[in-house]
Design a protein around this ligand. Structure first.
Ligand code: IMP
Length: 483
């Protein structure tokens, strides 16, 4: 049988060896983070240092966390698991319900449910933290806490030895800036990295296009040292954009051959020095083609004409759907689940949601039609369920809840078939338009009073195949009404 004490002692052996190796500190700490997460069977791990003012924690190494999560914003020591600062290991079982979590929404988007943190102590003083993140709710044992505290001690010793740590300890702003360049990872949320002006109009145009399609971007977030002399950096390369969702750096270029040759040379050097970095040199037609690859932009093949604004990008929808599926999988563990959807708007959401639910389940669909007048609309079932739901746990999956009339009608119909339980998961909640109060158990996004299309939702039968959700131009709807 698996003996956790034994696997922890094996992991500690490996972690101590890595921390004491000749690897550059950041690389060593990233490996320590990876091995720590693996040993506790957690999804991710971060190692953080207190800033000189002892107000914030900066992440210096991590494993298993997305770029977006790492850039969620500064961690305030008084708001985020504050007891760690008193030198204790602290656990949070459900981040969404615990006030000690500073960014519960970011954690939910990342699929994080539980966190365990331990202080990095040097001569009894807290200098940083190590945290591990679990996607499943986890009640951490004393053995887990002891293990993490021991890793914290190893990390603290490694830090004390390091040159980087000496730089970090220097208590003035200059050293913090220098460290940012050394560690090369921006810690600010993307909004604060937005420039007041761009150095080129093509960059501004590209940023607008990315904004329209809700693709996250950072402007010149990182400089890569390319050449050194006497330990001083003599040449750097700062790509124009970083797209965290695609983990891609982008350097825009004009068609001027001399500039392309020069940039290509720098890029070759960068790729040689930083093989893990994904970077592309793009001119305008290249980036339009790149957007088209993701179904966006003027060259994208799906119809976007009439869409005023993208509300949720494909990546945002996928991330949210995965988080909902995780919560559903946990809440229904040990149960036989039936998912029921109403055709046709729900097809995309149902397809993605069910693929991420890690339980045995069955799926059924209903179809309905609307009749009556504008003031007294009525609903009729045109296709009923194929199988009985009596005594089963039913989750009604909806694309959008607007007035609530459809859902209310369908829930009444389903309850009359005596399911063991009946709950609702909707991707979109247009709450401001609600006429009937229907209970919603799982909600993807709340949206304003806009007519939305894409990802299964239609306007007059069109737009269902857009990979994102966008707001339709109200003039188009008005025109349609007049016709
Ligand atoms: P209800 O008003 O809550 O009954 O919503 C009825 C149905 O109207 C939903 O299931 C959708 O099919 C459709 N619907 C409501 N709002 C929108 C929208 O913004 N875009 C596309 N379909 C919508």
């Amino acid at each position: 049988m698996d003996n956790p004490g034994n696997s922890y002692s094996q992991a500690l052996k490996q972690i101590a060896k890595t921390a004491n190796s000749a690897l550059p500190l950041r690389k060593a700490l990233n490996t320590v983070a990876k091995n720590t997460a693996k040993a506790i069977k957690a999804a991710g791990c971060s190692i953080m240092l207190l800033n000189p003012q002892k107000a914030h924690l900066d992440i210096i190494a991590a494993h298993g966390l997305s770029d977006l999560y790492l850039r969620k914003g500064a961690l305030n020591v008084h708001k985020s698991l504050p007891e760690i600062m008193q030198g204790k290991a602290v656990a949070i079982v459900d981040v969404s319900q615990d006030k000690r979590a500073q960014y519960p929404e970011a954690a939910e988007m990342e699929g994080i449910c539980s966190i365990l943190g331990a202080p990095l102590l040097q001569k009894g003083e807290v200098v940083g933290e190590i945290r591990i993140y679990s996607h499943e709710p986890k009640h951490f044992s004393q053995a887990d806490k002891d293990f993490l505290s021991t890793v914290a001690n190893i990390v603290a010793i490694a830090l004390e030895k390091s040159e980087l740590y000496r730089v970090l300890k220097a208590d003035h702003e200059e050293s913090v800036t220098k460290r940012r360049k050394l560690t090369e990872t921006p810690k600010l949320p993307s909004s604060s990295l937005r420039p007041s002006s761009f150095s080129h109009t093509s960059e501004e145009e590209f940023a607008k296009l990315l904004d329209f399609y809700r693709i996250e971007w950072l402007y010149e977030p990182r400089s890569f040292p390319l050449t050194w002399q006497d330990n001083k950096v003599t040449e750097m390369f700062t790509p124009d954009f970083y797209l965290p969702e695609l983990d891609l750096y982008i350097e825009l270029t004009t068609l001027k051959q001399s500039l392309i040759t020069q940039k290509n040379r720098k890029l070759r050097r960068l790729k040689g020095l930083y093989p893990e970095v994904n970077i592309k040199l793009l001119n305008k037609s290249d980036y339009l083609r790149l957007l088209a690859k993701y179904g966006y932009g003027p060259l994208g093949e799906t119809k976007v004409e009439g869409v005023n604004q993208v509300l949720f990008s494909h990546t945002q929808i996928q991330r949210r759907t995965r988080a909902l599926a995780k919560r559903i999988s946990y809440n229904y563990r040990g149960h036989q689940l039936v998912l029921i959807g109403i055709l046709k708007g729900v097809v995309c959401f149902m397809s993605d949601l069910m693929q991420h639910i890690s339980l045995p389940l069955t799926v059924d669909f209903m179809a309905i039609s609307y009749y009556g007048s504008n003031t007294e609309p009525a609903v009729k079932i045109t296709k009923d369920l194929d199988t009985s739901i009596a005594g089963l746990d039913v989750l009604m999956v909806e694309d959008i809840v607007d007035t609530g009339m459809t859902l209310n009608y369908v829930l009444n119909h389903l309850s009359s078939h005596s399911p063991a339980s009946l709950r609702v998961c909707t991707l979109l909640d247009k709450r401001v338009r609600r006429l009937i109060d229907v209970p919603l158990d799982y909600i993807g996004f709340e949206i304003p009073d806009e007519f939305v299309v894409g990802y299964g939702l239609d306007y007059r039968g069109e737009y269902r195949n857009l990979s994102f959700i966008g707001a339709l131009n109200p003039e188009l709807i008005e025109k349609g009404r007049r016709e």
